[in-house]
Design a protein around this ligand. Structure first.
Ligand SMILES: Nc1nc2c(ncn2[C@@H]2O[C@H](COP(=O)(O)OP(=O)(O)O)[C@@H](O)[C@H]2O)c(=O)[nH]1
Ligand SMILES: [Mg+2]
Length: 1161
C-alpha cells in the first residue's frame, strides 16, 4: 500500500485520513462492550475495542488497559467470507493484524485468556480493510482532444472506479466498471490531472491514484500522425533525406499517414510534379466486393482521415534543418509549386520568414524590355526587387482563392497547380496546422508578348486562413506588397481590420456577387473609408464565369504593377519582419557567423583572374607546370637523345623547385579565412560553405552567364574558332567556386609534404585531410580530377580518402557510379534529380574535372547491397569533338574518361539526342586505353542515357539506332584490338558490360513547356526514377565486388599512373583516327625510304663529281669550282622538288583510295 501511494503528496494523505474518519465505522456499535460485575477467577473482557487504523492488509486495534494484564493473553479470531484465521498475542495494546485481504469486511471475535485457561466473554466487531487503489494508471492514447487511460484491477471486490479528469478550467468525473476510460472534447495542448479511485460494493472508496497528461497540440498530433514527432527537436538533415533505404526504390503506395512525408520528400527530391498528390491507400480504397450502395453515395469516402498536403508540407518544413528546407524550396520552385514565405507554428503562434530557405533559388527570365535584344536577367530570387501582389481572405469566401490564382498564373495553353487548392487530392481536407501560412510564387515572363500573362516579373503571395486570425501576417503583406487583394463573401462595414492597417499597398476588394451574403452598401462604406476608387473593387458578377473573372483579375494585377513603385526583394522584407516580431530563419547565430566569414572572403574579390593569382597562387601556373613534369616523367616524350636517367633526375629536380616555390608563399588571407571557417563546428561549417558557394556564384554569374550565351551562339558556327577559344579561356578565368579553395588547400597540403616532417608549417596542415573527409561525410563533393590542370593531386586525394576510411571503418565498402558525357548535356541535372544531390549545374559556374560525393546506404538495406556508401562521380567539361580540336583538349578528355570509367562499377553515358555521335569518340579512346592498359582488369557496366527523347515508342523505334551504335562500338573495339595486336574477334562487350536491350534509357526533355514558367516534366522525373531503380538493382548485384575505400584509393592511384604512362593513345580523337594514322605512317615510310634511297644515290654521285673535279675523269667542261657548286645545288633542288611532287601525289592518291572507308581522315 505504501508503494502504491507513494505518488501522493502529504496533503492527499491528510485528506484520506479525514475522509476515512468521517465514515461511520461499522465496528463502533458492536465494539461497545458492556463491562459486567467482577467475579473471582473472573477474566475481564477486552473492554471497548477501538479500531486505531485500517490499511488494505492490516488492521490495528486498541484495547483499554486492565489492572493486571500480566497473566492474560488476547485471542483474536477473525474471518471474512472467504478467509478465516486467528491470532494470540500478549495482552497489550495496540494489536496489529496483518495478512488481511484488502477491501474486505472482517469480523473479529476477541477474548481474553488467563494462564489457567479461563476465558473472558468475547468482544466482537467488524472492520473493513482499506480498498486498494489501482497501482498504476497508464495513459495509452494521447490526442489533441482526447485522452485514454487504463489501469490494473486491484485486489478486493471492486464495484466501480471513479475517474476524474481536471484541468485548471474544468473538471469531468466519470464512473466505470471496466478498467479503462477515454475523455473526449478536451482542449489541445493542456495539462490534465487524472485520478482513479476504486469503489467497493459497500460504498467505500480507496485513495485516488493520480497521474497527469498533456493533450497534444494540433501540431504535435499532426506530427505524430505523420511519424515526424521526434523531428520536432532533432531536425531532418540532408544526409538522412538522401540516404538510400528500402523506400528509395519501392513503388508501393503510401499505406499509412506516416508514409506520406517520406513519399512527398522522395518525389520532391526527384523534382516530380506529382509530389503533392498523396493519399494513403488504406483511406481511399473501397472494399472490393462492396455491393452498390446508392443510399450512401453521398456519404461515402469521407475525407476524415485524409491529410491536407499543405499540412504535410508545412510539417516537413517545421521538422527540417535549414539545408533540407533550402533543398525543398529549390525543388518546389523547379516544379513551379508555391514555396513558404511565412511559415507558421500553430503552437508557438510565431511565424518565420523563410529567407534562407529561398536563398538558393535562381531564376532566369526575359522582361519585355529585353525581348528585342534577346537579353535575359538571371538572378537569385531573394535579392530580385519585384512588385509583390498578395491575395488574402477575410471571413468566409465561396471563391476558391488558390484555384483562381492558379488560373491567373497559367497561360492559356497550360494550366498548372501552383498552389494547393480544394479540388486537388486531399486539398479539401481541413487544414490542421497550415493556416497562417503565406506561400509565394513568381510569374516570370519569357519575352514573348503573346505567351506572357504579365510582361514584367511579379511575385505573388497567398495567405492561408482568415486575416482576422492572422493579423501579423496580414500586416506584413500590407507593408511589403504593391497590392493586396482581399477576397470575401460578406463584408462588415465597420471592418477595422482593413481600415486600421497602416498599409503601403493598394487594397483591392474582391467579392462574389453570386453569394447571398454580398452587400453592396457595406462594400461601398469600407471602400470610402479606405479611400478606394471603383477600380479597386472587383466583383464576380452574377453571370460571370471563372475565365472572365480571371481575365478581370489579370487586368487589375497588371494595372497594379504598372501603377506601383513598390518593389521589394525578400531580403529587404526581413527588416519589416523584425519590426512585426516575425522570426527570420537566417537570424540564427551559426548562419550569421558563417555569413560574416563568407562575406569576408568574397568582399575582397574585384577581378576574378587577379584574385585567383593573388589569393590562390599555388594552383595556377605552378601546378600546371608540375602536372606537365609529372606526366613527362612517365611519358618521356621529350627525352630526345639524352640519357634517360639523367633526364628523369632533371625532371625530379624541377619538380622539387616548383614545390619549393609553392612553399615560399605565405598562406593568403583568403585561405586563412577559409581554413578557419571550415574548422568551425558542423552546422556553422555547412552554413559557411553554402554562403560561400552562393556568394561566389553571384560574383561570377553576371560575367559567366553572358559569356556562356556568347559561347553557345559562337559554337553554332565552328568558323569562329579563335573567338570560341578566347571565350573559353575567359570562361575558365572567370569561374571561381568553392572547389578552387579546396584545390588550393590540397596544393598547400601537398607542398607542405616536401618540408621536413618536423617543420611547423607542415605540422599545422596535418589535419586538413581529416577536415575534408568530414566534409565528404556531410555530403560535400571532393574534387578528384582538377580539370584545369588535368591532374589528380594524388597525395591529397589519397590522404583524404584514407582519413575517410578511418572515420567510417569498418563500414567502408563503396560502389561507384559515374556519369560521362559531353558538356552541357544535363549530366549534373540528371545526377541531381536521381540522387537529390547538388552538383553544380551550368547556370552556376563552369568547372572542369571530376567530383566525387558520398551517399549513405541505410542500415535496413546494407545487407542487400553489401556496401555502406555509394560514390557518385560527376565529370565536367568534356568537349564535343569540334571544340576539342580547337585547343587539343582530346588528351585531357580522354584521360579523364579513362580514369573515371576505370574507377566505376557503373558508367552512365549521357547522350543528348541531337549529337549522338560525339560520345562515341571518347568511348572509343576509353576502350582502346582499356585494351592497352594491363592494369585494367575489371569490366565496368555501362548504361546509355539518351536525353530529350519523349516518344513513347522511342525504345522500339530506336532499335535500329541501338544496333548501329553497338556495331560502331564493335568496329572500333576491333580496330583498337588489331592495333594492340590482341585477338581478332573482339567486341565492345568484351571490354565493357553492355546489353543493347537493357542498357539504353530514353529520357524526356527536362521542361514541360517554355521556361521560365515551365515546371519540370513529370516524364523526365519518372524516367530518371526508372533509371535509378535499375542502377540500384545493378549495384545490388555487384555488391559482392564492392571495394573498401582503401582499395579504391589504391586502384585510383595505379589507374592514374597507368593513364599518365600512356603517351600515345590519348592524343588521338578516337581509335579509327589512330588506326588511320598508323596505316598512313606505314605507307609514308615506304615513300620516305624511296626518296632517301634516291637522294643517297644522287649525293654519292655528286661527291664523285666533286672529287673528280679538274682531273681527267671529269667529263664536264666546267673549270670554275663555284660554277660546279651552283650546278649541283640546282640539280639537288630539282631532285627535291621532283620528290616533293611525287610524295604529295602519293598522299593524294592514298587519301583518294581510302576516303570511302575512313571518313574521319
Ligand atoms: N531544355 C533542356 N535543358 C536541359 C535538359 N537537361 C538539362 N538542361 C539544362 O541544361 C543546362 C546544363 O545542364 P547541366 O546539368 O549543368 O549539364 P552538364 O554540363 O552535362 O552537367 C542546365 O541549365 C539545365 O537546366 C533537358 O533535358 N532539356
Ligand atoms: Mg555538370
Amino acid at each position: 500500500m505504501a508503494e502504491s501511494l507513494s505518488a501522493m503528496d502529504s496533503s492527499d494523505e491528510e485528506e484520506y485520513y479525514e475522509a476515512s474518519a468521517s465514515f461511520p465505522d461499522p465496528c463502533c456499535e458492536e465494539g461497545k462492550i458492556h463491562p459486567s460485575a467482577p467475579q473471582p477467577d473472573h477474566v475481564p473482557p477486552p473492554g471497548e475495542v477501538t479500531v486505531l487504523y485500517t490499511e488494505p492488509e492490516t488492521v490495528s486495534l486498541g484495547f483499554p488497559p486492565t489492572k493486571n494484564s500480566a497473566g492474560y493473553r488476547l485471542q483474536l479470531d477473525y474471518s471474512s467470507e472467504t478467509h478465516s484465521s486467528s491470532l494470540t498475542v500478549d495482552d497489550s495494546s495496540p494489536v496489529k493484524v496483518d495478512g488481511l485481504i484488502p477491501g474486505t469486511e472482517y469480523t473479529f471475535r476477541i477474548t481474553r485468556t488467563a494462564d489457567n485457561g479461563n476465558q473472558s466473554k468475547a468482544a466482537s466487531l467488524s472492520v473493513f480493510t482499506e480498498p486498494i487503489p489501482p497501482v498504476q494508471i497508464t495513459v495509452d492514447q494521447v490526442c489533441s482532444e482526447s485522452l485514454s487511460l487504463q489501469w490494473d484491477t486491484p485486489a478486493g471486490e471492486v464495484e466501480s472506479y471513479i475517474v476524474t479528469c481536471c484541468s485548471e478550467a474544468d473538471v469531468v468525473q466519470e464512473t466505470t466498471d471496466t478498467n479503462k476510460m477515454t475523455f473526449y472534447n478536451l482542449k489541445p495542448g493542456e495539462c490534465y490531472s487524472l485520478e482513479v479511485t476504486t469503489k467497493l460494493r459497500n460504498g467505500r472508496s480507496s485513495r485516488p491514484t493520480v497521474t497527469s497528461a498533456n493533450t497534444k497540440t494540433h501540431l504535435e498530433s499532426l506530427l505524430e500522425d505523420l511519424g515526424l514527432n521526434h523531428h520536432d527537436e532533432e531536425k531532418l538533415s540532408l544526409s538522412t533525406v538522401l540516404s538510400i533505404d528500402k523506400n528509395t526504390i519501392t513503388d508501393e503506395p503510401a499505406k499509412c499517414n506516416s508514409d506520406l512525408p517520406w513519399y512527398i520528400l522522395k518525389k520532391l527530391m526527384m523534382v516530380n510534379v506529382t509530389a503533392r498528390n498523396v493519399k494513403c491507400t488504406s483511406v481511399c480504397e473501397p472494399n472490393p466486393g462492396d455491393h452498390l450502395d446508392l443510399d450512401n453515395l453521398d456519404k461515402s469516402t469521407d475525407s476524415g482521415d485524409t491529410l491536407n498536403p499543405l499540412d504535410i508540407i508545412t510539417a516537413l518544413f517545421l521538422c527540417s534543418d535549414g539545408f533540407v528546407q533550402q533543398e525543398m524550396a529549390l525543388k518546389m520552385s523547379m516544379c513551379q509549386f508555391s514555396v513558404p514565405l511565412l511559415l507558421p507554428n500553430c503552437d508557438t503562434k510565431q511565424c518565420t520568414l523563410m529567407l534562407w530557405a529561398m536563398r538558393d533559388i535562381v531564376k532566369k527570365y526575359r522582361p519585355l524590355s529585353l525581348s528585342q535584344s534577346k537579353g535575359f536577367i538571371e538572378q537569385r530570387i531573394v535579392v530580385s526587387e519585384l512588385p509583390m501582389i498578395s491575395f488574402v481572405r477575410l471571413g468566409e469566401c465561396s471563391l476558391s482563392k488558390s484555384e483562381i490564382l492558379n488560373k491567373l498564373l497559367s497561360n492559356s495553353q497550360q494550366y498548372h497547380d501552383t498552389f494547393v487548392h480544394s479540388n486537388m487530392e486531399g486539398g479539401d481536407s481541413p487544414r490542421r496546422i497550415s493556416n497562417g501560412l503565406v506561400e509565394m510564387t513568381w510569374y516570370l515572363p519569357c519575352g514573348n508578348k503573346n505567351m506572357d500573362v504579365f510582361s514584367e516579373p511579379v511575385a505573388v503571395a497567398n495567405l492561408r486562413g482568415d486575416i482576422a486570425s492572422f493579423e501579423t501576417q496580414f500586416a506584413f503583406l500590407c507593408q511589403t506588397s504593391a497590392a493586396v487583394f482581399v477576397f470575401f463573401d460578406a463584408l462588415d462595414s465597420e471592418c477595422e481590420l482593413l481600415t486600421n492597417q497602416n498599409h503601403k499597398a493598394q487594397i483591392f476588394l474582391v467579392g462574389n456577387h453570386q453569394n447571398k451574403g454580398f452587400r453592396v452598401d457595406a462594400v461601398k462604406k469600407v471602400a470610402t473609408k479606405l479611400g478606394l476608387t471603383d477600380s479597386n473593387i472587383v466583383s464576380k458578377k452574377k453571370r460571370m464565369n471563372d475565365a472572365d473573372f480571371v481575365k478581370l483579375l489579370q487586368k487589375k494585377v497588371s494595372n497594379a504593377i504598372q501603377n506601383s513603385k513598390m518593389k521589394m526583394g525578400i531580403e529587404q522584407m526581413s527588416a519589416i519582419a523584425h519590426e512585426l516580431g516575425i522570426l527570420v530563419d537566417e537570424d540564427s547565430r551559426e548562419c550569421q557567423t558563417a555569413k560574416k566569414n563568407a562575406d569576408a572572403i568574397t568582399e575582397e574579390i574585384q577581378d576574378i583572374l587577379n584574385y585567383k593569382e593573388d589569393q590562390l597562387p599555388l594552383q595556377g601556373q605552378i601546378w600546371k607546370d608540375l602536372t606537365r613534369l609529372e606526366k613527362e616523367e612517365f611519358r618521356l616524350r621529350k627525352v630526345g637523345s639524352e640519357n634517360i636517367e639523367k633526364y628523369k633526375s632533371d625532371l625530379q629536380l624541377q619538380k622539387i623547385k616548383l614545390r619549393e616555390k609553392q612553399n615560399s608563399y605565405d598562406m593568403s588571407k583568403a585561405m586563412t579565412c577559409f581554413i578557419n571557417a571550415i574548422s568551425s563546428p558542423e552546422k556553422e561549417r555547412c552554413y559557411f560553405l553554402k554562403w560561400l558557394r552562393m556568394n561566389l556564384d553571384n560574383v561570377s554569374r553576371e560575367k559567366l552567364s553572358d559569356l556562356r550565351e556568347q559561347y553557345k551562339e559562337k559554337c553554332k558556327n565552328s568558323e569562329n574558332k579563335e573567338e570560341i577559344k578566347k571565350i573559353d579561356q575567359q570562361l575558365s578565368n572567370c569561374s571561381l567556386g568553392t572547389e578552387h579553395f579546396f584545390r588550393e588547400m590540397g596544393q598547400i597540403y601537398e607542398a607542405s609534404l616536401s618540408l621536413l616532417e618536423t617543420h611547423p608549417a607542415r605540422q599545422q596542415l596535418q589535419h586538413l585531410p581529416k577536415l575534408c573527409a568530414q566534409l565528404m561525410l556531410d555530403g560535400f563533393p571532393l574534387e578528384l580530377v582538377d580539370g584545369d590542370a588535368s591532374n589528380i593531386p594524388l597525395r591529397w586525394v589519397s590522404d583524404v580518402l584514407s582519413q575517410l576510411n578511418d572515420l567510417v571503418s569498418p563500414k567502408n565498402k563503396i560502389l561507384v557510379v559515374t556519369v560521362l558525357g559531353v558538356q552541357s548535356t544535363g549530366k549534373s541535372t540528371l545526377l541531381n534529380t536521381m540522387f537529390g544531390v547538388q552538383f553544380a549545374v551550368s547556370s552556376g559556374r563552369c568547372t572542369r574535372g571530376a567530383f566525387m560525393l558520398l551517399i549513405k546506404i541505410n542500415e535496413d538495406v546494407r545487407k542487400d547491397f553489401n556496401c555502406d556508401f555509394m560514390v557518385i562521380i560527376d565529370t565536367e567539361g568534356l568537349k564535343s569533338p569540334e571544340l576539342a580540336q580547337l585547343d587539343n583538349s582530346h588528351e585531357h578528355d580522354n584521360e579523364l574518361a579513362t580514369l573515371v570509367v576505370g574507377l566505376s562499377d557503373i558508367t552512365i553515358i549521357n547522350i543528348a539526342m541531337e549529337n549522338s555521335t560525339e560520345m562515341k569518340d571518347i568511348l572509343q579512346i576509353v576502350v582502346h586505353a582499356f585494351l592497352r592498359m594491363k592494369e585494367v582488369g575489371k569490366k565496368p557496366k555501362c548504361q546509355f542515357v539518351h536525353q530529350n527523347v519523349s516518344d513513347v515508342s522511342a525504345h522500339d523505334k530506336n532499335l535500329h539506332d541501338r544496333k548501329l551504335l553497338l556495331q560502331q562500338l564493335n568496329e572500333m573495339t576491333q580496330a583498337a584490338a588489331k592495333m594492340e595486336k590482341k585477338e581478332e574477334n573482339m567486341s565492345f562487350t568484351d571490354v565493357m558490360e553492355y546489353s543493347p536491350d537493357t542498357g539504353n534509357w530514353y529520357i524526356d526533355g527536362l521542361w514541360h513547356g517554355k521556361p521560365p514558367m515551365a515546371p519540370v516534366n513529370a516524364g523526365y522525373s519518372e524516367a530518371v526514377y526508372e533509371l535509378k531503380k535499375n542502377i540500384i538493382h545493378m549495384l545490388e548485384s555487384c555488391g559482392s565486388s564492392a571495394n573498401n575505400i582503401l582499395e579504391f584509393t589504391e586502384w585510383m592511384k595505379s589507374l592514374w599512373n597507368a593513364v599518365k604512362q600512356e603517351n600515345f593513345i590519348f592524343s588521338f580523337r578516337n581509335s579509327i583516327v589512330a588506326d588511320a594514322y598508323i596505316r598512313l605512317c606505314t605507307e609514308f615510310n615506304k615513300w620516305e625510304w624511296d626518296f632517301k634511297k634516291e637522294m643517297y644515290t644522287w649525293v654519292t654521285q655528286a661527291e664523285t663529281r666533286i672529287s673528280n673535279f679538274g682531273t681527267a675523269a671529269d667529263k664536264s667542261k666546267i673549270s670554275d669550282m663555284s660554277e660546279l657548286l651552283i650546278l649541283l645545288k640546282n640539280e639537288a633542288l630539282t631532285e627535291l622538288s621532283k620528290w616533293e611532287t611525287t610524295i604529295l601525289g602519293n598522299l593524294e592518291e592514298y587519301f583518294k583510295q581510302t576516303e570511302g572507308s575512313c571518313p574521319s581522315c
